[in-house]
Design a protein around this ligand. Structure first.
Ligand SMILES: *[C@@H]1O[C@H](CO)[C@@H](O)[C@H](O)[C@H]1NC(C)=O
Ligand SMILES: *[C@@H]1O[C@H](CO)[C@@H](O)[C@H](O)[C@H]1NC(C)=O
Ligand SMILES: *[C@@H]1O[C@H](CO)[C@@H](O)[C@H](O)[C@H]1NC(C)=O
Ligand SMILES: *[C@@H]1O[C@H](CO)[C@@H](O)[C@H](O)[C@H]1NC(C)=O
Ligand SMILES: *[C@@H]1O[C@H](CO)[C@@H](O)[C@H](O)[C@H]1NC(C)=O
Ligand SMILES: *[C@@H]1O[C@H](CO)[C@@H](O)[C@H](O)[C@H]1NC(C)=O
Length: 297
């Protein structure tokens, strides 16, 4: 009996992590009122995501959005940042006012790469100087459901002032869709720890780093377990290992199989390595889909 419960809870946990965006019954309500005579000039600048509904776009902490009017003054260019797994994730895009109306607080946000589906972005309330309450709703095609997002943005990192939270709660109370999700807002962490990330280094690779002088590739073959790593985007899983074997077909070439576990699945990439003129330095080619990634090791 208790084992069954554990299985059920594990399944629920899994479902929560896989599709964490909020899906509700019914299509989007297009009559929800937004800020009248929206001042896009005053809305520019940096906003911190203080609290937001769970989102498939946001798996990190320290989330920010920066808006700047484009040169024509017709739309906002945007930069979103979040820190995920010790890495700065930086995305850019545009926020285009809907129906081209000046003073519209309804935008269509398109995140790079171009051609991706625009997402509605409605500013429900803002004083431009302290806070903004933003709402987004998409119909899910083929089902009578919608996916919603909402952000409580602040001009500063800390919690919003109490009077602002009361004002925001008043807005949320007036919108059925948000009211139903009001207790699902997640407080986003903007602490120094959550906001620290590993930087990419400037300049070319250092020439002062050298390989093992009398490197013996045959002794190096076999399985290696990763103990620690500098964060990198291609490796977010656990249980990472590398298996090196002498190529059966090409003398002097080492077959490389790197793997990691993500969502209980072991993912593998394969490559081939060969010695270079520098001792202890191998050239490795990985095949990724149709592409190739070349590295020195
Ligand atoms: C919009 O905001 C800008 C910058 O704060 C301000 O200079 C301008 O007067 C505002 N426009 C209106 C119509 O209120
Ligand atoms: C950055 O975030 C976007 C949206 O969540 C995600 O699709 C993308 O994979 C992330 N990129 C990296 C390098 O983590
Ligand atoms: C969502 O569905 C409603 C009702 O069918 C429709 O009025 C609205 O245009 C749809 N919105 C989008 C973005 O597809
Ligand atoms: C606003 O609503 C949230 C969620 O219901 C609640 O936790 C919070 O205490 C409310 N804040 C204020 C200032 O009323
Ligand atoms: C909100 O929740 C109530 C009760 O659970 C439900 O009847 C209603 O359909 C929900 N409304 C929306 C917009 O999801
Ligand atoms: C790796 O790719 C480079 C460039 O395509 C090629 O010159 C080299 O022979 C390849 N190395 C191996 C071991 O296949």
């Amino acid at each position: 009996m208790s084992q069954l419960l554990i299985v059920i809870f594990s399944l629920l946990g899994l479902i929560n992590t896989v599709s964490n965006a909020i899906i509700q019954e019914g299509v989007c309500d297009y009559k929800i009122s937004v800020v009248p005579q929206f001042n896009v000039t005053a809305y520019q600048g940096v906003w911190y995501d203080i609290e937001s509904l769970p989102s498939e776009f946001q798996d990190g902490a320290c989330n920010t959005a920066t808006y700047n009017l484009n040169s024509a003054g017709t739309a906002l260019n945007l930069q979103n940042t979040q820190i995920s797994n010790g890495i700065l994730n930086f995305t850019t895009g545009t926020a285009q006012p809907q129906v081209g109306a000046a003073g519209s607080a309804k935008f269509d946000v398109t995140i790079e790469p171009p051609g991706s589906t625009p997402v509605p972005y409605w500013v429900l309330d803002t004083d431009y100087e302290t806070f903004a309450l933003v709402y987004s709703c998409r119909n899910n095609t083929g089902t009578n459901t919608r996916t919603i997002n909402s952000w409580k943005l602040g001009r500063k990192k800390g919690p919003l002032p109490n009077d602002i939270n009361i004002r925001i709660n008043d807005s949320i109370e007036g919108i059925e869709s948000l009211k139903n999700a009001s207790n699902q807002f997640i407080t986003r962490d903007h602490s120094e720890e959550a906001c620290s990330y590993f930087v990419d280094f400037d300049g070319p690779c250092p020439t002062t780093v050298t390989g093992v002088a009398d490197f013996d590739v045959n002794k190096f073959l076999g399985t290696w377990y990763e103990v620690a790593r500098y964060p990198q985007t291609a490796q977010t899983g656990q249980c990472n290992r590398a298996v090196y074997t002498a190529s059966a077909t090409t003398p002097g070439v080492v077959d490389v199989e790197n793997s990691q576990v993500t969502d209980e699945t072991r993912l593998t990439i394969s490559g081939v390595a060969s010695a270079t003129e520098q001792p202890g330095v191998l050239a490795v080619n990985f095949t990724i889909g149709d592409g190739k990634l070349f590295n020195l090791y």
